[in-house]
Design a protein around this ligand. Structure first.
Ligand code: IVH
Length: 825
């Protein structure tokens, strides 16, 4: 048996030993690469990895004729020296809202006009340009010199790819001309069709895995730890936006992009400016027609309000600007067959149906499964038997049309009923959890009073699927983001019983972690060898003889992991909240909650207070009506009117002059509350059941909303959830909260509670709210002793008198602008 010991000096290796060791090294390095690149969960240290590669090269140098066709030394792009550093973007890198139809585009323009209070005829210039299908990059120049380059990452923090960006010919190291001192240029890195085809041909000849499309190839090439590899890949760049800038060289989008061109960047020649929707859409079609001949992938057209002053006023909602939208090209379609319907159980216990399809290529990508959302979607009807929009009656064996639009996940577009096989029966959705066998139930939606479309396993965290998925979510990138603790490793820890709940992660000790890593490495190796042998057997060859399997010492890797866990004992509150996996609380609402509560304790107390202040059913019914959402002007007006005039005989809220309800709002009120005195009575009951401030503060936050508010309350209502959170705190986890300090924004209204009332003439209500909040103020809907300032436009009524009564400072709109040191418009 050859001696596989790595202790043998290369010079002393026999030919036989060398051959065996090269084979083993090829397998180990490939496995390590897989863990690092595909799973993002390396199990050996960078130093150990480098040592494997060095040894491989040394042996190959001594025995050049033994170099294997699959040698790691010929494989480019898999030589991690160190993980990428992180760069926090000075201004977040945003994403874009999508439009899929001409109507969506018209809606976008209407929203912009409404927000800005622009009449239908007032000119509004909007640019249109191709949406490049690559990956976005932010380039920071200081004193005209490129100092850093970062990928988008999660929008706030990206990866430092500076050295790689420097290898792109399209990216100037120095800006030409008179550029601002500090200037972040943003744009898209992409690969042309010709370069992509050549790269893949080269890879095929070398026996390497092929890239699925130019976008993946561009991303894979930019995110290389070795800049030499990036240099060898033909990447290109278009500049189309900017981040932080010490000064702006222009005042419109169009001129800014022209300036980017003068500074030395490639800019897209198909960008144009228009003043009418019809022209925008015509340009969209022109770009769509040119699509095949552009030589690079685009997936739509981006429209942007041209005037930068207006962009500033429009601001952002969540992670997308209000002043821009992406008009996506229509999706690509293909027909295939549903071979089976599987049910997965997610971290919230949701039974998620997945159609297994006969694999089919849609727009260049092989699709073999597609989500079917929920049981109503599959049945095409809701729990009460009513047909639902978008629902399909999908059966096993059905021919279905699949659609894939850009990076949007594939969907079933249609069922080809003529092709339905005889005997196909409606899919029987399970009413028990396929994992743990517990009952799976549909919850009653608190707001609509109807059964939810989602069926959930009722076992909570005692269901293994939920426990496992919950832990994966807990360590995921947007949550605790623990280096080296990826999906597979946390799954293994769960399956081995090392970790049951999140707090256990912080109690792991070296021995068991090391043993698990060793055991997994060995299992992976055996699996690989079995696959190799099976392949050899299939081609009639004999299985290879292998020496003793040496296991590595995983102490260092285990130590690194524990250090990474220790490092995450302090996290930002929003990550902590997101990590808990509370249904309906995503990254955006978790961030919003972090603006309301300073730490975990405050959040738990806040949820308890909100639970007490929770509205009654009648109030929920009112705020569920279209046009009367929590925090809306119509709702506020209606409440004020009923409170003021409710006693007056024959009072009809729908006809109340000050209220100016539109027809759908009047109809909605009548349908829900009846007419005449019945309506007034119903509304008074609803108002009596109105939510208290502790509830309203979160439910009226547009990034949270009533559904997430109810869910938060429900989560902390459960003792086992409170215990799991307490266990984390007991394990030494603590939070920081940079978001909470909004009240410390240095502004004359920071920390103040402001109420806007009356009809505002110099700004829209949304704009006023956005402006005040950006300056660190809280905006409330009604005047109380807690109000610091009332801004009143013409026609202000009861709130103004209430302010006078309570002695609260009142400003008119001009006074407001003067106070915050700005000029209107
Ligand atoms: S503007 C604040 N313009 O699309 C607006 N984005 O879906 C920032 N993209 O993350 C984006 N071509 O990576 C803009 N001409 C273009 C674009 C473009 C491609 C990408 C960009 C962004 C994504 C949003």
């Amino acid at each position: 048996m050859p001696d596989m010991s790595r202790e043998t000096a290369v010079e002393a290796l026999s030919r036989e030993q060398a051959e065996a060791e090269l084979a083993a090294l090829a397998g180990e390095i490939a496995a390590a690469d897989e863990r690092y690149y595909a799973d993002d969960a390396p199990e050996i240290t960078d130093a150990q990895y480098d040592e494997l590669r060095r040894r491989n090269t040394a042996i190959e140098e001594r025995f050049p004729d033994l170099v294997r066709p699959d040698t790691p030394s010929k494989r480019v792009g898999t030589a991690p020296a160190a993980k990428f550093g992180k760069i926090r973007h000075a201004l977040p890198m945003l994403s874009l809202d999508n439009a899929f139809s001409d109507e969506d585009v018209a809606d976008f323009a209407r929203r912009v006009r409404r927000f800005l209070k622009l009449g239908d005829d007032a000119p509004l210039a909007i640019t249109a340009e191709p949406k490049i299908d690559g990956l976005s990059l932010s380039l920071r120049y200081e004193g005209g010199k490129l100092v850093s380059a970062a990928t988008r990452g999660d929008g706030s923090v990206g990866e430092d790819v500076t050295q790689n960006a420097l290898t792109l010919d399209d990216i100037p190291r120095r800006l030409k001309g008179e550029a601002p001192d500090i200037f972040e240029v943003r744009g898209e890195v992409y690969m042309s069709h010709a370069d992509f085809a050549a790269l893949n041909a080269r890879r095929e000849a070398e026996g390497l895995a092929l890239f699925a499309n130019p976008r993946n190839a561009a991303a894979g090439s930019l995110r290389q730890l070795d800049p030499a590899v990036t240099r060898s890949r033909p990447l290109r760049f278009f500049a189309y936006a900017w981040g932080e800038a010490s000064a702006l060289p222009a005042s419109t989008q169009m001129e800014m992009v022209a300036a980017l061109g003068r500074f030395g960047f490639p800019i897209n020649e198909r960008m144009k400016r228009f003043t009418g929707i019809a022209e925008l859409i015509a340009h969209y079609h022109a770009i769509e027609e040119a699509r095949a001949s552009l030589g690079y992938d685009i997936d739509g057209v981006v429209y942007k309000v041209d005037d930068l002053g207006l962009q500033e006023r429009l601001g952002f909602v969540s992670r997308s600007p209000r002043w821009a939208i992406a008009h996506k090209f229509t999706a690509e379609k293909a027909t295939t067959v549903v071979e089976a319907i599987d049910i997965n159980v997610g971290r919230t216990g949701k039974l998620a149906p997945l159609a297994r399809l006969r694999p089919v290529t849609v727009g260049g990508v092989v699709v073999s499964n597609v989500t079917l959302h929920n049981e109503d979607y599959i049945a095409g009807r809701d729990a009460s038997g009513e047909p639902i929009r978008g629902g399909r009656d999908i059966r096993i064996g059905d021919a279905v049309v699949i659609q894939r639009a850009g990076d949007v996940i594939p969907q079933v577009l249609d069922v080809v009923e003529e092709k339905r096989p005889a005997g196909a029966v409606p899919f029987a959705f399970p009413d028990h959890c396929p994992i743990c066998g517990s009952k799976a139930a549909r919850e009653i939606n608190a707001r609509t009073g109807r059964p939810d479309s989602v069926r959930r396993c009722t076992a909570g965290l005692t269901c293994p699927a939920q426990g496992r998925e919950g832990l994966k979510h807990f360590v995921s990138r947007a949550a605790f983001d623990i280096d080296g603790l990826g999906d597979r490793l946390i799954e293994a820890m769960f399956d081995e019983g090392m970790v049951h709940q999140p707090a256990d992660i912080f109690k792991l000790s070296l021995g068991p972690v090391k043993a698990l890593m060793e055991q997994r490495a060995l299992a992976m190796r055996l699996e690989r060898e079995a696959a190799e042998d099976a392949e050899l057997a299939a081609s009639g060859k004999e299985a290879r003889k292998r020496g003793d399997r040496k296991t590595y010492d995983y102490s260092k890797a285990a130590q690194n992991l524990l250090a990474a866990i220790e490092a995450k004992k302090t996290v930002d509150l929003n990550r902590f909240v997101f990590a808990l996996g509370i249904p309906h609380i995503g990254e955006t609402s978790a961030k919003a909650l972090a603006r309301h509560f300073e730490d975990v304790r405050a959040l738990i107390d806040g949820a308890a207070a909100a639970a007490k202040a929770r509205p009654g059913e009648a109030w929920d019914r009112l705020t569920a009506l279209r046009g009367f959402g929590e925090g809306s002007k119509a709702l506020e007006g209606l409440v004020a009117a009923v409170e003021e005039k409710g006693e007056t005989p024959d009072f009809d809220p729908t006809q109340h002059a000050g209220l100016r309800l539109n027809a759908p709002q009047r109809v909605a009120l009548r349908e829900s509350f009846g007419a005449g005195s019945a309506m007034v009575e119903g509304l008074r009951t609803a108002i009596g059941a109105r939510a208290g401030e502790a509830y309203r503060a979160i439910a009226a936050d547009s990034d949270i909303g009533p559904v997430a508010a109810h869910s938060l309350i429900g989560f902390f209502d459960e003792a086992h959830n409170r215990e799991a959170v307490q266990a984390l705190l007991d394990a030494g986890v603590s939070t920081e909260n940079p978001l909470f300090h909004r009240a410390e924004v240095a502004s004359p209204v920071a920390g103040k509670t402001v109420v806007f009332t009356g009809s505002l003439e110099k700004m829209t209500r949304d704009e006023a709210k956005g402006m005040a909040e950006a300056l660190g103020a809280r905006v409330a809907g009604s005047v109380s002793a807690k109000t610091d300032l009332v801004v009143a436009g013409p026609g202000a009524g009861s709130k103004l008198s209430k302010a006078a009564e309570l002695g609260i400072e009142v400003l008119d709109e001009d006074g407001w602008f003067e106070r915050i040191g700005r000029t209107p418009g």
